[in-house]
Ligand binder design. Structure first.
Ligand code: WTA
Length: 569
C-alpha cells in the first residue's frame, strides 16, 4: 500500500488541510520547521530513532538520533543567539555535506534566522554576489573554504561573523572569525524556539536567470505543509525507510527533500559526503540498506555508463522506490533502471521557486517513460500559450507550464527584487519558464526551457553571470555563453569569446580562461569548451544573440534572424 493510494481518487478530495491536520497545525499557530523536524518527532516517541547516518569520503561514519539532532540544533541556535544574531538575519551555510551543514540549517530556523545555503564549490565571486544581495550577517563555513570567504570579507561590511566549524587552531583566525565545534559543544535540552508564524521567512535559495545576477527565492515556514506531504506521497516515505537524497543542500532539492520533507516525516536519512563514483554509490546503498532513493538524471546517466555488471555485484534488494529530479529524465534511463534495479525511476518536476514537487510520477501510477507525470494533488497546473498566456485546450500542443499560485511552499518573493517576482505572473498564473505539452491522459512532457539558462547536471547556471566573469579576464573583449548538448550532463557551458587586440587564441589561453571562471564562480560554471571568434552575432540594438549560437550547438533551426546586425549565416 502506498501513502498516496490511487491518484485519481486522491485528487478528488485532497486539500492542504490534510497535511496541516497530520502536522497538528491550525491557522495562526506557531510553525517552525526546525521544531517540526526535531522536537516534534521526539515527542512522537522517536527520540532514539536514527535521524542521520553520515559517511565521509574517507569512509568514516557518524550517526545521530532524533534526540541528538534536537539537542545539537538547540546548541547551534543558542550559539547564534549568543553572538547577537536575531530573527530575520540571513545566515549563510557554506560547507560540504557534513553534519554541521544539516544541523546548522535547522539551528538557524530554530532561532528565527533565514538560512542561506550555498554550494561549497562556489568561488569567491559567486559567493560575494549572493552574500552582498542578501545582506548576510554571518557565514558558517569550514577551514578549507575559509580562504574564499577571506578574499571577499573586505567587500562585505555587513558580514559580521565567520563561523569556522572545524578550526584546528593550526593557523590563527582573523578578525570576525569564530571557531565552533559541534563535537565539543554542550548538548542543550531546552531552547526557546523562535515563535515563527506561517509567513515568517525561512530559507533563501539563490537561483540563476537569463539576465541579471542570481535571484534569491525567499521561502517561509509554511512551506513545510507542502514539503511534508509531497515527501510522504511522492517519495512514499514510511517509518522504516532508509532514505537517501543525493542532492547538496546548496540546491533546493537538498533542503526541501534532503532536510525538511523527510525529517518532518520522522524518517532516517543517510548522507554520503563524497563526489560521484558508481562503485561507491552502490556500496553505500548496499551498506546502509537504502530503501528510497532520490537522485538526478545526470547521476543516473553516469551510472548507466558504468553498466549493469557493477550493479549486479551489489545486493541492492533493499531499494523499493526511486525518484529523480532536476532535468528531463530520458525514457532510456527509466527503462535502464527497470533492468538494473527492477524498478523505474519516477520523474518529479519542480523548481527552486515552487519549493516542493509540483508535477510527478506517483508510486501507484503507470509510468510513461520520458514523461514528468501529473500535477500533485492540490496543485492546479496547465500549459499556456507562449504569447497570450491563456491555457491551451488542445492536447499535445506545446506551451509554457503554468501553476495557479497559492500552494504552501511557493516562494514569496525574490529578495530585493519584487519587480522580477511580479513579472513571473501572467493572467493569474505563475509561469515556470519551461515548455511542455500535456497528452490525452493528462501526462506532462517536458520540451525545454523558455530562456537561456543552462541546465548542467541539474544545476542551473546563468549565462549572464559567466559572461560577466569572463569580461573581467584581461584578454576577453566580449563573450556569449550557451548550453551545449552533453550525453551525461545534458548540457555543459560553452563560451564564444572575442579576444582583445594583442591577445591570441591558444591552448594556454583556453586553459587560463577556463580556470579563471572555475576559481571565480564554480566548476559547474566553467566553460567545458571555448570557441574563439572574431565577433559575436548581435541584434541591431547591440544585444548578443545567444539564441543563434545555441541553435547551432543543438543543430536547430535558427529562426528569424532579421534583427541581426552581423548575420553569420
Ligand atoms: C528543470 C530544481 C525536466 C526545469 C528542483 C526547471 C526539470 C528547473 C525537471 C528548476 C524535470 C527540474 N524534467 N526539467 N523533472 N525538474 N527541471 O530551480 O527547467 O534548480 O525550471 O530546481 O530545472 O531548477 P531548480
Amino acid at each position: 500500500m502506498t501513502n498516496l493510494g490511487v491518484y485519481e481518487e486522491k485528487i478528488k478530495d485532497f486539500s492542504w488541510e490534510i497535511s496541516e491536520r497530520e502536522l497538528g497545525y491550525k491557522q495562526g499557530d506557531n510553525i517552525n520547521i526546525g521544531e517540526y523536524c526535531t522536537d516534534r518527532i521526539c515527542r512522537m516517541g522517536k527520540k532514539d530513532k536514527l535521524a542521520l547516518i553520515w559517511e565521509g569520503h574517507g569512509g568514516d561514519i557518524k550517526k545521530y538520533t532524533f534526540d541528538d539532532m534536537r539537542m545539537l540544533t538547540n546548541s547551534i541556535a543558542r550559539f547564534f543567539k549568543e553572538l547577537g544574531l536575531k530573527g530575520g538575519d540571513r545566515i549563510c551555510l557554506f560547507m560540504d555535506k557534513i553534519p554541521e551543514l544539516y544541523f546548522g540549517f535547522l539551528g538557524i530556523l530554530k532561532m528565527g534566522g533565514i538560512a542561506q545555503p550555498l554550494f561549497s564549490a562556489f568561488g569567491s565571486e559567486s559567493l560575494l554576489t549572493r552574500l552582498e544581495d542578501a545582506g548576510t550577517r554571518a557565514v558558517m563555513t569550514q577551514k578549507r573554504h575559509l580562504p574564499k570567504v577571506r578574499n571577499i570579507v573586505k567587500d562585505l561590511p555587513g558580514l559580521e561573523f565567520i563561523i569556522v566549524v572545524d578550526d584546528d587552531a593550526s593557523k590563527p583566525l582573523r578578525e570576525k572569525e569564530i571557531s565552533f565545534s559541534m563535537e565539543n559543544i554542550e548538548k542543550i535540552d531546552q531552547f526557546d524556539i523562535f515563535p515563527s508564524k506561517a509567513e515568517t521567512p525561512s530559507v533563501l535559495h539563490y537561483t540563476s536567470g537569463t539576465t541579471g545576477k542570481p535571484k534569491g527565492a525567499q521561502h517561509v515556514h509554511y512551506s513545510l505543509i507542502s514539503q511534508y506531504i509531497t515527501a510522504k506521497y511522492v517519495l512514499d516515505l514510511k517509518d522504516d525507510d532508509i532514505y537517501w537524497c543525493t542532492a547538496d543542500p546548496g540546491w533546493v532539492t537538498g533542503t526541501s527533500y534532503g532536510i525538511i520533507g523527510p525529517w518532518a516525516n520522522g524518517i532516517t536519512q543517510c548522507v554520503l559526503d563524497s563526489g560521484f563514483k558508481a562503485e561507491s554509490w552502490y556500496k553505500f546503498a548496499e551498506k546502509h540498506k537504502v530503501t528510497v532513493w532520490y537522485s538526478a538524471p545526470t547521476a543516473i546517466r553516469a551510472l548507466m555508463k558504468e553498466g549493469i555488471d557493477v550493479v549486479k555485484k551489489h545486493d541492492l534488494s533493499s531499494l523499493r522506490h526511486l525518484c529523480s529530479v532536476g532535468e528531463p529524465l530520458n525514457a532510456e534511463a527509466v527503462i535502464w533502471s527497470e533492468e538494473a534495479f527492477g524498478r523505474p525511476f519516477h520523474d518529479t518536476y519542480w523548481q527552486t521557486e515552487t519549493g516542493s514537487i509540483v508535477i510527478s510520477n506517483y508510486p501507484d501510477m503507470k509510468v510513461k517513460p520520458g514523461s514528468m507525470g501529473k500535477p500533485f494533488p492540490g496543485i492546479e497546473a496547465t500549459v499556456v500559450d507562449l504569447n497570450t498566456h491563456l491555457p491551451i485546450e488542445r492536447t499535445g500542443t506545446v506551451g509554457l507550464i503554468a501553476l495557479k499560485p497559492g500552494w504552501p511552499a511557493m516562494f514569496r518573493t525574490y529578495w530585493n527584487n519584487e519587480e522580477i517576482y511580479k513579472s513571473k505572473f501572467k493572467n493569474g498564473w505563475y509561469i515556470c519558464g519551461d515548455r511542455a505539452s500535456i497528452d490525452e491522459d493528462g501526462y506532462y512532457w517536458f520540451v525545454g526551457r523558455d530562456d537561456d539558462v543552462i541546465n548542467t547536471g541539474g544545476h542551473l547556471v546563468g549565462p549572464f553571470e559567466i559572461e560577466s566573469a569572463l569580461l573581467e579576464h584581461e584578454a576577453v573583449a566580449e563573450s556569449a555563453v550557451v548550453g551545449k548538448p552533453d550525453p551525461v550532463n545534458m548540457e555543459v557551458v560553452k563560451a564564444f569569446i572575442a579576444l582583445k587586440p594583442g591577445f591570441t587564441a591558444s591552448k594556454d589561453m583556453n586553459l587560463n580562461i577556463m580556470n579563471f571562471v572555475r576559481k571565480r564562480l564554480s566548476p559547474l560554471a566553467m566553460p567545458q569548451e571555448i570557441e574563439f571568434v572574431d565577433s559575436l552575432p548581435k541584434t541591431r540594438s547591440g544585444k548578443i544573440m545567444r539564441r543563434v549560437l545555441r541553435a547551432k550547438e543543438w543543430g536547430e533551426e535558427i529562426g528569424d534572424t532579421s534583427t541581426l546586425e552581423n548575420d553569420e549565416g
